[in-house]
Design a protein around this ligand. Structure first.
Ligand SMILES: C=C1C[C@]23C[C@@]1(O)CC[C@H]2[C@@]12CCC[C@@](C)(C(=O)O1)[C@H]2[C@@H]3C(=O)O
Ligand SMILES: O=C(O)CCC(=O)C(=O)O
Ligand SMILES: [Fe+2]
Length: 359
């Protein structure tokens, strides 16, 4: 029986030093513990030198006949792109956004009833990556995997539950189908087809995949330029599909451009390449470093669908992308092993599993 995401941190507790959530609305000044300087994050103010032209991640129409190549090119240069005509109904995007807003609007004491424990996976809390930073992030989150019923019943009365659980389940189903379509489209652009990835084709109906939903809230902030919503990180996933409300905040990093803000395009979705897809593509696809900034006038919400393989599946560079010249850059790893490595080594996790080829 493969490890489910719910078991990933069992026996591997993640203790978050600042798990106490403030009532963000009551703060008119940024407390020192929320004030970030380049000492707290060396990439905080990273800007290109000389300043770069205004470039952004591409917006790709999934109905375009050349979509696969456009996606492949975005995965190589940015590790991120936006998609339109993705087939996810607008009402469902509005539904998950409404649910996210209603959840975070609840009083802190109620949200804490569904707090995530040190060894737990789902529930309410600060970002898991908080333990790697000295400063606190201006955000709150809620992680869901599978049915959210157990956690939701701690938050809402019975009559809301069915509707909210239906929205989450429908959203997870649609995202799962979309993520798989995006994976195969991007692999096609590398000349990799379904016969080349046995673990995916041996388990039809996406039985080989698992996922989590991360709901994020970035409240209005009195001093946004000195605060950080979610610090720079890469996702551990194969792919992450992100819905953001109509408020900018997500930024992606490119060595040559510095931080680039991803503008919200109503109805479209952002896709990030995660570390496992970087490994699978033998480094051809970039796992994108990204973060979320906050602002003074509008709350921001995002819903990240984090998608990866079941835990009995070992991910390693696709043999077709490996040759005597292009040796495998990484050893094989399951998602569970990788999440645990990431929980201890954070942004160094990829280099921990990199093969060191003697020159
Ligand atoms: C499956 C997962 C990926 C994630 C850790 C988690 O167990 C659930 C939350 C995910 C998230 C969302 C915010 C950024 C991130 C780095 C984190 O701390 O929690 C990601 C994790 C990840 O992709 O590694
Ligand atoms: O809120 C955002 O735009 C980013 C969220 C994110 O990176 C995540 O949940 O992993
Ligand atoms: Fe992320």
């Amino acid at each position: 029986m493969p490890t489910m995401l719910t078991d990933v941190f069992r026996g591997h507790p993640i203790h978050l030093p600042h798990s106490h959530q403030p009532d963000f609305t009551s703060l008119s000044e940024l407390p020192d513990s929320y004030t970030w300087t380049p000492k707290d994050d060396p990439l905080l103010d990273a800007a290109p030198c000389p300043p770069a032209a205004s470039e952004n991640i591409p917006l790709i129409d999934l109905n375009h006949p050349d979509a696969a190549n456009q996606i492949g090119s975005a995965c190589r240069t940015w590790g991120a792109f936006q998609i339109a005509n993705h087939g996810v109904p607008l009402e469902l995007l509005q539904g998950i956004e409404f649910l996210t807003g209603s959840l975070f609007q609840l009083p802190v004491q109620r949200k804490l009833k569904a707090a995530r424990s040190d060894t737990g996976f789902s529930g309410y809390g600060v970002a898991r990556i908080s333990s790697f930073f000295n400063k606190q992030m201006w955000s709150e989150g809620f992680t869901i995997t599978g049915s959210p019923l157990n956690d939701f019943r701690k938050l809402w009365p019975q009559h809301h539950l069915k509707n909210y659980c239906d929205i989450v389940e429908e959203y997870e189903e649609q995202m799962q189908t979309l993520a798989s379509k995006l994976m195969w489209l991007s692999l096609t652009s590398l000349g990799v087809s379904e016969e080349d990835i046995k673990w995916a084709t041996a388990n039809p109906d996406l039985n080989w995949a698992q996922s989590a939903l991360q709901l994020n809230h970035y409240p209005v902030c009195p001093e946004p330029d000195r605060a950080m919503g979610l610090a720079a990180h890469t996702d551990s996933t194969l792919l992450t599909i992100l819905h953001q409300n109509n408020t900018a905040g997500l930024q992606v990093f490119r060595d040559d451009l510095g931080w680039v803000t991803v503008p919200p395009v109503p109805g479209s979705l952002v896709v990030n390449v995660g570390d496992l897809f970087h490994i699978l593509s033998n480094g051809l696809f970039k796992s994108v470093l990204h973060r979320a900034r906050v602002n003074q006038t509008r709350s921001r919400f995002s819903v990240a669908f984090l998608w990866g393989p079941q835990s009995d599946i070992k991910i390693s560079p696709v043999p077709k992308l490996v040759s005597p010249v292009e040796s495998p850059l990484y050893r094989s790893v399951t998602w569970t092993e990788y999440l645990r490595t990431k929980a201890t080594h954070f942004n160094e996790a990829l280099s921990m599993i990199r093969n060191h080829i003697d020159e």
